[in-house]
Ligand binder design. Structure first.
Ligand code: 5GP
Length: 181
């Protein structure tokens, strides 16, 4: 029988480690946004698993919405050309926006999304990414909240896909090279 772990070269973060990571971020965000109107905007599709866990680790009244973007390029590399497939429903003028993303790599996607929201004049815009590969950065952008810094390898699971699949893997794993090479 096929097993999702057959795609994994090794586990980078197990379920327990991810749980601790989310709890730490949730506590930090709860402290930082106390008394403020917090609006979490998840970047689909990769962010959905992290978003679902993160909102339940934040002890504040908050709103959520979702955007979908596609970046042109091969399935394992972002090209930096971002297309907005789904936008949020509401204006942002009285809100503190926190963008929730699965992973930051070159930073091109988030640079685009962050400036798009900044142009709508919210009270603030910050970024929370579950995973970060800072070595790969091509543009000057730093996430405000980072779950875990990871090495420059293609990872799957916890919302992150390879060719549309593997988002439901509960651990964060390095994809076996032989699968995409
Ligand atoms: P960036 O624009 O920062 O280069 O790329 C961000 C997007 O590229 C992420 O939202 C994600 O969809 C994809 N990406 C970057 N690195 C990885 C990775 O290691 N694994 C997966 N599955 N997607 C990645």
């Amino acid at each position: 029988m096929a097993d999702l772990m057959d795609y994994s070269d090794r586990v980078l973060l197990n379920e327990e480690e991810i749980k601790e990571m989310v709890a730490r971020l949730g506590a930090q965000i709860t402290r930082d946004y106390e008394g403020k109107k917090l609006f979490l905007i998840c970047v689909l599709k990769g962010g959905f698993v992290f978003m679902a866990d993160l909102v339940r680790a934040i002890n504040l009244p908050l709103e959520v919405d979702f955007i979908a973007v596609s970046s042109y390029g091969s399935s394992t590399k972002s090209s930096g050309v971002v297309r907005l497939l789904k936008d949020i429903d509401k204006p942002l003028n009285d809100k503190h926006v926190l963008i929730v993303e699965d992973i930051m790599d070159s930073g091109l996607t988030l640079k685009y999304i962050k400036s798009m929201f900044e142009n709508r004049s919210p009270l603030s815009v910050k970024i929370c990414t579950a995973f970060d590969k800072p070595e790969r950065r091509k543009v000057d952008i730093t996430p405000d909240y980072v779950g875990a810094v990871i090495p420059d390898e293609y990872v799957v699971g916890y919302g992150l896909d390879y060719d549309g699949i593997l988002r439901n893997l509960p651990e964060l794993c390095v994809l076996k090279r032989e699968i995409y090479e």
